[in-house]
Design a protein around this ligand. Structure first.
Ligand SMILES: *Cc1c(COP(=O)(O)O)cnc(C)c1O
Length: 347
């Protein structure tokens, strides 16, 4: 067990905060007349505030992940958890966080919004973690390290042993964003939560589950960290409609699995076809539902595709990704359209 001194890591204003206590937290039964929350008595069931702690949904999700509900925080996308971690642990103008470069853009945006210094540590040539680089960037004001595995936009799983190496020596919170884990051959790091109380995993319904529109994401961590996030979140942060839809879809893991295997099959096929095109320099090996593709003239290809009403992501100005476009795998028809357009492109 690598235990974290959570209290000394927390910002003092958060440690001492008396959280807002909502009506549905003070009474959460369902057999009483509710005259406590100034709701309109008409228009059932939408007149009622949602369960602030999403108990039913957490019960289901914890079964899926073999965790306890007390290990789960649910938010308005996993982006909410990212922002809350900054607000709980980082003192504006003083503390710093470490991110990989390149990686998901939200870590940096959240850092800047919260006025927290960001220290970017370049990935290696093979897009893996450089633990030495991370350790030399850490100082006594470093509170969070953000890792993302599989990483966006590089599409690869990070090396397990290097993640463990960081967990073993860093005295703050290590966040591992596993948004794309269902597309990879890894089951993710949930088993490590038993060992590292400073580990926070991010998962989402936005990718493999096909539910980006309902905005439900989660943090999985030790109960002590989850309590902190619950204490500072907006009381009713996941609305009734999203909770209900997530509950409904979560029962159908076989459809999710079918989507994932279809997407993986298409991705492998797309990879093979792209590699045969002469102006494609490299298709990076992917553990996710997208491909990072290096081409001779990315901006020209991007604009050509856009003119043909097909939008990919230009990542060519991102560190280590010169020449690269990021292509999300679509339906079979969409993938065929993309390949047909690319084959008709003259660079
Ligand atoms: C898409 C994505 C997410 C998902 O964020 P939500 O707010 O849950 O939709 C999280 N992390 C990474 C790295 C992503 O690419």
């Amino acid at each position: 067990m690598v235990d974290l001194d959570l209290n000394s890591l927390l910002r003092s204003n958060i440690r001492e905060l008396v959280p807002y206590s909502s009506a549905r937290e003070e009474y959460s039964g369902n057999d009483a007349i509710l005259m406590d929350a100034n709701e309109n008595p008409f228009n059932e069931p939408y007149n009622r505030y949602p369960d602030p702690l999403q108990r039913k949904l957490k019960e289901k999700i914890s079964g899926l992940f073999h965790t306890k509900p007390s290990n789960l925080f649910l938010g308005n996308g996993s982006d909410e958890a990212i922002d809350l971690l900054f607000r709980a642990f980082c003192i504006p103008g003083k503390d710093n966080v470490i991110t990989l470069d390149p990686s998901y853009g939200m870590y940096e945006v959240c850092a800047r919004i919260n006025d927290i210094e960001i220290r970017k540590v370049l990935l290696t040539e093979t897009f893996d973690i450089d633990p030495g680089g991370i350790f030399s960037a850490v100082d006594e004001n470093t509170k969070l390290i953000f890792l993302c595995s599989p990483n966006n936009p590089t599409s690869n799983l990070l090396d397990y042993n290097k993640i463990v190496q960081i967990l073993n020596s860093f005295k703050g919170i290590v966040v591992v964003d596993e948004a794309y884990i269902d597309f990879s051959c890894s089951k993710g790091l949930i088993p490590l939560l038993e060992v590292y109380t400073g580990l926070v995993l991010l998962r989402t319904f936005s990718k493999a589950w096909g539910l980006a529109g309902i905005r439900v994401g989660m943090a999985i961590a030790s109960p002590a960290v989850i309590e902190v996030l619950n204490k500072i979140k907006y009381p009713y942060n996941v609305n009734i409609l999203s909770q209900e839809l997530a509950l409904k879809f979560i029962d159908d893991t076989s459809t999710r699995d079918q989507w994932v295997s279809t997407i993986l099959e298409s991705r492998n096929q797309m990879e093979d076809e792209l590699k045969m095109i002469d102006f494609v320099q490299k298709v990076y090996p992917s553990d996710a539902n997208f491909l990072l593709v290096k081409v001779n003239d990315p901006v020209k290809l991007y604009n050509y595709l856009k003119d043909n009403k097909l939008i990919v992501r230009d990542r060519s100005r991102v560190s280590l990704c010169a020449g690269c476009l990021r292509i999300t795998i679509g339906t079979e028809t969409e993938n065929r359209k993309l390949l047909k357009l690319i084959k008709g492109f003259k660079d």
